[in-house]
Design a protein around this ligand. Sequence first.
Ligand code: NAI
Length: 333
Amino acid sequence: MKVAVFSTKAYDRKFLDKANETVGHELTYFEPHLNEHTATLANGFEVVCAFVNDQLGSQVLEILKAQGTELIALRSAGFNHVDLRRAGELGITVARVPAYSPHAVAEHALALILGLNRKTHRAYNRVREGNFSLEGLLGFDLYGKTVGVIGTGKIGSIFARIMFALGCRVVAYDPFPDKSLLGTVEYVALDEVYQVADIISLHCPLLPETEHMIDAAALEKMKPGVMLINTSRGRLVDTRAVINSLKSCRIAYLGLDVYEEEGELFFDDLSQEIIKDDIFMRLLTFPNVLITSHQGFFTEEALHAIADTTIANISAFATGQGTLHRVSAQKSA
Ligand code: NAI
């Protein structure tokens, strides 16, 4: 099939070409994000392959439909950026990569926790400059601390097991508890997670009911000195409220791999540009905030799996054989 790949980086090309080697779809790579201005690039392509910060609202879907697109093949698990209802109305199929390496994201959440706690990023710079002082680098033992996990699906369950293995007490909230975690995780009410956890890590999807779930009221319930980690989706967190909590010292550590307005920033080298997002720039001024630009998924294993499943989804759509990991307004697979 003719496939227009948006938001392409060199690594996408490398892994998709490899996965496509023996399959032979016609892949055309475009660097820009997909939006209403760039959608015309996909004119005549039956398949549009998109990533997390591509825009797939009703306007873009209507343009794609008029140009002949039949399948949106997402290179992500999350599909909150697609207007699934409109896609269904237009008869456009949407497929995703339901799981690639949940370990990659769970381990990145741990990396943020350890980095924030033991300040390895700061120590690295100090030592390189001949500054061997330990002032300001004091951490705490993770052993014995209470970790709150919000969402114990594929990623959250692995994260919970990692933290349990480190000797933490793990409490969790999920409307659909995972029975296989009993003995590792204590399922409690969401408010109790907020109240008892020393570290809270978000692993639930962005849905209308979870948007800004971490708002001023939720933050007010948390332990003073809490560490908050978000490797899930930026809009789970009301960033303005979090900044207030950093200022009042209720949040003592903040680790973000995702940010509400990351579409304007993440994945690109903006080091020569003026960044106009004042909220984001305010976050960067706190010494106890560690931000990575949506790299939780970014491991060899995950990129192989993303490329393989994306190509397999396109083939399944083309031939009607094999598994098509379809998402629709009603259900996902
Ligand atoms: P999943 O679908 O396997 O698990 C999500 C869990 O959240 C489910 O158990 C579900 O019952 C639960 N949940 C639903 N509503 C909830 C609520 N209101 N409160 C608490 N829990 C709720 O998803 P998966 O694969 O574990 O992904 C989790 C998140 O990680 C997603 O938002 C995804 O977009 C994000 N993600 C981030 C990546 C990164 O690079 N940083 C890469 C891949 C995924």
